[in-house]
Design a protein around this ligand. Structure first.
Ligand SMILES: Cc1cc2nc3c(=O)[nH]c(=O)nc-3n(C[C@H](O)[C@H](O)[C@H](O)COP(=O)(O)OP(=O)(O)OC[C@H]3O[C@@H](n4cnc5c(N)ncnc54)[C@H](O)[C@@H]3O)c2cc1C
Length: 295
């Protein structure tokens, strides 16, 4: 069987994919988590078995964000079932149009379809779709997670929520005076502004580490924890500034300019889980940042 694929030989893959990702021409989803492998990702069971010029992939992934839009999946799969954990898996770029891939939606707490289950049933992918070094996948994946955890997206979201709060406070009254004149609400917003700056600096530190040719590891975990927990604090503060209006969803005639707060309050539940939970990040900081024993 000849296999149609847009994939290029390994040496070409960075040049080929990265500019197209950056331009938004193609979308990737991340195929890491499985029903029985989340925090303990090295327990993943998806298999990639060599056959001629191809691998045949079988298994199930879960929580794959935006897999329903994705052109490719950055997938972790076992290539040597005899090898111990951490030494048995490889990373692949799999074309999502391949026959045998089924994407099933999972709807989250805000009624949004971002998560998916993805099933791989005898999916044929050419050998060159294995990226990097065979059975070195755990280390490639861990490095990619260090980038994901840098948390710059959360720092930006935090600032946006504060901007919503400030705008609302300047334009709305409670008990006959502008909310922006209430000393408790002013202090609350000032406090959030300080914390947002701290989150931003933690992200800049990571950019600085990379600019010096280094690699950010526990520093990324620190940024992820601080930024994600700040998102929860700031969403909570937003609810106080908006009062009852903070609970109104899009579509309510009274929800003008307030529904974003309701969404971010609920969505904050999942921040601090994606990319590895904050408990796992604390473990990383304890081990790699503080040199404490593994257990
Ligand atoms: C918004 C969002 C987007 C996501 N996108 C993707 C995606 O695109 N692709 C993908 O593959 N996955 C994705 N995920 C899944 C995410 O990576 C997993 O949910 C996460 O790694 C946790 O795994 P789990 O859900 O199986 O929880 P479990 O591993 O079952 O953990 C359950 C609880 O036990 C705690 N726990 C487990 N082990 C330890 C330990 N050793 N020490 C202390 N506490 C521990 C955890 O912190 C957690 O509170 C996403 C998740 C979210 C919320």
């Amino acid at each position: 069987m000849t296999h149609r694929s847009a994939l290029r030989p390994k040496s070409q893959s960075k040049k080929d994919f990265i500019p197209r990702i950056a331009r938004g021409d193609i979308i990737f989803c991340l195929g890491y988590s499985e029903p029985n492998a989340g925090s303990d990702l090295a327990s993943l069971q998806t298999r990639a078995t060599e056959k001629g010029d191809n691998y045949i992939i079988n298994g199930q992934k879960i929580w794959c964000s935006y897999a329903h839009y994705a052109d490719y999946c950055w997938l972790g799969a076992i290539t040597d079932p005899e090898a111990p954990k951490h030494r048995n898996m490889s990373m692949f770029v799999v074309d999502m149009k391949n026959p045998g891939i089924t994407v099933r939606p999972l709807i989250n707490v805000i009624g949004c379809h971002s998560f998916n289950e993805v099933f791989f049933d005898d999916v044929l992918t050419p050998k060159e779709s294995l990226i990097g070094v065979k059975e070195n996948g755990w280390f490639q994946l861990a490095m990619a997670l260090d980038f994901e955890r840098s948390g710059v997206q959360t720092a930006a979201a935090n600032r946006l929520i504060l901007d919503h709060m400030i705008k609302y406070a300047k334009n709305n009254k409670r008990n006959g005076r502008l909310i922006s004149e209430d000393p408790i609400m002013r202090n609350l917003m000032a406090e959030m502004a300080i914390e947002i700056e701290v989150a931003r600096m933690l992200c800049y530190r990571i950019a600085w580490i990379y600019s010096k040719g280094g690699h950010s590891n526990y520093e990324s975990s620190e940024a992820m924890i601080f930024g994600s927990e700040l998102l929860r604090r700031i969403s909570d503060a937003g609810m106080r500034v908006l009062g009852q209006y903070g609970q109104l969803e899009f579509g309510s005639h009274r929800a003008i300019g307030t529904a974003e707060m309701c969404r971010s309050y609920l969505a904050a539940l999942s921040i601090g889980v994606g990319g590895g939970t904050n408990e796992i990040q604390r473990n990383i900081i304890a081990m790699r940042g503080l040199g404490l024993p593994r257990k």
